[in-house]
Design a protein. Structure first.
Lengths: 212, 212
DNA sequence: CCTTTAAAGTTAGAGTTGCTAACATATGTC
DNA sequence: GACATATGTTAGCAACTCTAACTTTAAAGG
């Protein structure tokens, strides 16, 4: 998905200097993580794919972990964009717009499961990547905003925040369970499609009494 | 946690033969995954901890991935045991017993986040580890059974199965979000503790109309 | 009880990787 | 046009995965 952006610009200025190695590396690693799993990726292989020596990546990234962080960051940005688009596909303030965000989230997870997992399970440099946390919070804020509009509350109302978080637990869990395939809905219940389940849960949660 | 079992038996028969290297390795790797992350573990380091040469592990496991699969398998077993215990701590058929299972799940994830993540995100040899999938389904069956009893339905009733799966999406998502810390409940909603949230969601889901 | 066989260790080594150091070559600025 | 800098290169070390060939111990059969 990021690969189509790569050849667009006018880089590749010379045979020696690559032009836009950093972006190429991020795209290559994103691909590798997707196909070979998060630990099946190597800096050397990514460099090979980009057509540079195995030492070149270290001019752009301090170490292996920093590349992964960059991949996670661009993925989180894309995820948020998808979520916003998913909300915009339905009338503002409707329950469907909330469910639409969830559908985008689930679709992202299924399309790029390796990167999705990486994005969330990356913990090695939490303190060194506060931006990643910020972007995650932005995702939740997107949900909270839609929920608040749907309930006719101000965006920072605790009731809306709590509902948004609970809802996101559900969506996040469903996304992970379907890509990890350790726990699957029973065949008897498999007929339920995502959209039906999502709208039912959204409806149920919005009229739920606040806990505590 | 598995380490206390290690010294119990009467192995360690000689200085040359280790006695129970396989179990020791699984325990060591479990520890390493927890402290150094899933990719920060090496077979060599595990062997060093067990006091054997770096080639010894390959007498018990085909490759690195097979060790990880063994770790995931024992973890899944432990998780299931915890869940059953969590249900048994409350009256049979009560909503609390369902919530109790969820609490055990969340507690497991927080106590051993690295292993928990590994257990679910392990995808490298799905076809080679059907037992892992079976054990995952057993976990869901535990939930479904409690839900069915709570609703006064037979254990295989589709309505109970669907409820159990939806509930588990929520619990699984909450468990992951709290250990991954990319998306956190807002400070305004942070006062809600796990138990209150769980019981509220259980109550809400059980009286939810089936989707579709 | 002694022999044999297989299980479970060992050392040695080939091939890959992460990362650093020292060097080479473009790019852009004064 | 000279120079500083960004961005490549090659060479190489230490660590890791996994294999091959050998050694030691445990267990089984006669």
């Amino acid at each position: 998905m990021p690969s189509d952006v790569i050849g667009a610009g006018p880089p590749a200025r010379s045979a020696y200097h690559h032009g836009d190695l950093r972006a190429h590396l991020v795209a290559a690693v994103s691909d590798l993580v997707e196909t070979h799993g998060p630990d099946g990726f190597s800096v050397a292989e990514a460099a090979r794919r980009a057509g540079v020596s195995s030492a070149a990546p270290y001019k752009h990234f301090r170490d292996r972990a920093e590349i992964l962080r960059a991949v996670a960051m661009t993925a989180m940005d894309q995820l948020r964009a998808d979520m916003v688009a998913g909300a915009a596909a339905h009338p503002e303030g409707s329950a469907e717009s909330v469910a639409g965000i969830g559908m985008s989230y689930i679709r992202f997870a299924r399309t790029r499961p390796g990167v999705f997992r990486l994005t969330f399970s990356l913990t090695e440099g939490h303190d060194e990547a506060p931006e990643l946390l910020e972007r995650g919070q932005d995702c939740l804020a997107t949900v909270a905003q839609a929920v608040a509009r749907c309930m006719g509350l101000p965006p920072d109302a605790p009731a809306a925040q709590a509902r948004a978080y609970m809802l996101w637990c559900f969506v996040h869990g469903h996304a992970f369970l379907t890509i990890d395939r350790k726990i699957e809905a029973s065949p008897a219940a498999a007929g339920i499609d995502d959209w039906a389940m999502l709208t039912a849960v959204v409806a149920g949660l919005l009229r739920l009494k606040p806990p505590g």
